[in-house]
Design a protein around this ligand. Structure first.
Ligand code: COA
Length: 212
């Protein structure tokens, strides 16, 4: 079973659940104060607790607005994922990030991230993790487009996507009911070419600052 290196995976390569994740470079990724590793059973209870916190779940999809049992979370983490990683920071499990709904014929997948440990918010972790997953998607998996979205009041997510170089494709007006009102959803994407440009800019930024 090979890894998808440097090419767009073809539909025939699709496998079930984490078998594909194992085949697509599922090795732990470390750096920048965090580790991305395969989820395990010990993550189920803490992740269920994270999702029960209204602050964590409020801007997630409708399905996350209802209480989730540990059985449902276990299935999400351990059986249903395509490329799904647990995020560890400071030696502790703090959340989950994933590439999901792969459309391998078109070289596309969707992106998601949930940092459930609120003490970790607004310290650059989301931006750093997203950068690592994008690098994996474009270089290891050979994908050509990653799509994502956020609900407009989710300023942290807006800022994180912007800093990672996502490009806004559109606005779905009044797309979700939250906190007693309808809120808009922003749809974004990143092409491999966007990512290459963004990475080059990011790599050259410190050098530019160093100039007299
Ligand atoms: C969205 C999420 C992944 C962001 O992770 P994070 O580690 O906090 O993100 P970062 O620190 O890299 O970036 C967040 C940015 O938003 C900014 N920000 C957050 N709230 C803000 C506010 N109310 N006003 C202005 N800026 C704000 C932060 O200051 C930071 O920007 P900066 O580094 O330029 O100062 C995290 O908050 C989370 O998991 N939330 C719950 C689940 C969720 O909403 N997931 C995303 C669904 S689309």
């Amino acid at each position: 079973m090979g890894r998808f290196v440097g090419r767009i995976p073809q539909g025939g390569d699709i496998m079930e659940g984490n078998r594909l994740a194992e085949a697509t470079g599922f090795a732990p990724v470390s750096g920048g104060g965090f580790t991305l590793r395969p989820p395990h059973l010990g993550d189920v209870v803490p992740y269920t607790t994270f999702l029960a916190d209204p602050d964590v779940r409020v801007w997630l999809d409708d399905v996350a607005q209802r209480p989730m049992s540990t059985g449902r979370v276990e299935s999400l983490l351990l059986r249903e994922g395509w490329c799904l990683w647990s995020i560890e920071a400071g030696g502790a499990f703090v959340g989950v990030t994933s590439l999901y709904e792969p459309d391998l014929a078109r070289g596309m997948a969707r992106y998601s991230i949930v940092i459930g440990d609120k003490t970790r918010w607004n310290r650059g972790l989301g931006t750093a993790v997203t950068g690592s997953v994008l690098a994996h998607a474009f270089t290891e998996l050979g994908l050509r487009k990653i799509v994502s979205d956020y609900l407009v009041p989710n300023i942290a997510s807006a800022r994180m996507h912007e800093r990672c170089g996502f490009v806004v494709e559109g606005r779905f007006r009044e797309d979700a009911w939250r906190q007693g009102r309808w809120v808009d959803r922003i749809w974004l994407s990143m092409l491999r070419s966007d990512w290459e440009r963004h990475s080059m800019r990011a790599a050259s930024a410190p050098a530019a600052r160093d100039r007299p």
